[in-house]
Design a binder for this molecule. Sequence first.
Ligand code: ADP
Ligand code: MG
Length: 637
Amino acid sequence: MAKIKIDINSGKIVKSNIVVGIDLGTTNSLVAWINPQTNKAEVIVDEWGALLPSVILIKPNADPVVGILAKESLLDAPERTIFSVKRLLGRSFQEITSAQQFLGYNIVEDEIDSMLRIEIDKKLYNAVELSAMILRALKHKAEKVLGQEVFQAVISVPAYFNDSQRQATRDAGKLAGLDVLRIINEPTAASLSYGLGLDRSVSQTILVYDLGGGTFDISILQIEDGVFEVLATQGDTRLGGDDIDYSIMAFWQETHPALANCDQPGDIQALRLLAETAKIFLSNNTNLIFTEWFEFSNTSTVQPQGIESATKEKIELSLNYGDLVNAAQVLVLKTQACIVAALRDASLKPSDIQALVLVGGSSRYPEISRVLSAQFPHLIINNSLNPDEVVALGAAIEADVLAGNRKDILLLDITPLGLGIETAGGLMDLLIPRNTKLPCRVRREYSTSVDGQINLQIAVFQGERAMVKENRKLGEFILKGIPAMPAGFPKIEVIFSVNADGVLTVYASELRSGVSQNIEIKPQYGLSDEALEKMLLDGFANAQSDMQVRGLQETINEAQQLIYSVNRFIAKNGDMLSPIQLVDTTQRIDALKRLLNIGSNKDALLQGITALNNHTRPFAENLMNIAISSALKGKEI
Ligand code: ADP
Ligand code: MG
């Protein structure tokens, strides 16, 4: 039963103040809320259970089906059944083509924006629209169970999600009719669900181990004064429970050669689901043998007429716990290596970790807890809550905070890459260094370099390199209508403000005239975490040469500025100079210009600058004297 509240004074519908927490997962999605009766976070459960498989079935001329029914259609309609949308969110076509082999549906590149689209019945869908279908299904699920409309949500994303992916998640929420109050990091949410970070007097270092269906994420978080800071993230975007399923499939194909020919998308999905069932069964029932009949259409038989015909074949499949351990061994080793790397990134020893939180359905695989207990013998692992649910529960707690019901928690994130603007000579002027806590706000003053300049272009970049051309352009705008003033006279204030979700707003204003302009940077989609990592690594690798490049460029800027101002002096006050002085000065300017044309010798340029400066200093003093004496004369009158 849906309820509607109406304000009888205004006659308007009162929107409910329920704020839900949503875990929009690669494999499964959940929605949770704080039950006002118990004041506890609870996952919302309907007749299908708590988990909504993140699978969408697109039918011709009908509404999309999301969830278990769609998951079942992986078998008979793989080409119109979409899973793993989260992997596609905020990504370009180039970045995901390698994943195509496992996806039964068709991914195409949009010619206009080079973004990926999914093609079904000649219709194109983008990842934001598809994610919105899942979010809409969760919204309806919550509304159906709670009997109230839901308009506001907190949605979780992996800690390594970049701006584009966060923005795409936000957009999907908007499209689903949700006001997304906050994007929260999944490890932060998982920690909150265990109450970590709720007591402001406790400082703690937490390791969150999240092994889901197709992704593995390690995050090391530091909580201080109720503030969460991400110290390190590691992981593998292609590692998870699915890999166990694939190796079980490979194991079966090895033991049953007939299965090697099994290449129908529907059959592959059926075998995959069976492998998953076997895995889950054995994770809960140690050392039992799992046996099942598998029927598949064998297309390898070619009829005399040359027409392929599908014949059904039946095979008995079995798996024992030892087979499962073999199938999962590589995965477990890889996750251990990621932990070592994360600790190294955060400069921590295993003994520095004070709490360990298990997240993700695959963390139920018993070997995981065993291996972690060996790696962190001093810890009691937080695995009392359902690992599928902890992220949604934590998102609900954060939602409650934002609804104003809890004043004791504040959540912070950091910027993954530096943010700045382009200054003279293509230099990156960094306003916000990477790893700055969010939200943050930085202001800096600039000026013009040319007399009478009335427009100023502000180009915003993200990255770690000295020159903007090596960084990523986020956007640009032009501050127009600056009143004509001499170079260096306008006071142009640039403010970078990044909100708690990592969305950047850039403001620019000329303070003397009040002319102003701003943009919200809606990041271009398509910066993958690999690309992000590459940008970081490039920054480190080129730090030394970048410093030299920057030093040289700054000297070039200085020389150009000096030439500009001496020329200006000659134009305005040339009559102060004797003809010999004038020729001499022009020659020195030309000498510095020649050095500039050669370009790459910083020391020579610095000498040229000093020489020209020394030569022109007496002129400036002379000019000053004239100005003062004429001012005095003025007084005399
Ligand atoms: P995601 O975060 O990617 O949406 P989940 O956290 O929901 O994923 O985890 C889904 C994965 O967990 C699937 O690969 C599923 O097979 C696996 N899984 C669920 N239960 C178990 C279990 N008892 N043992 C091992 N794996 C499990
Ligand atoms: Mg997850």
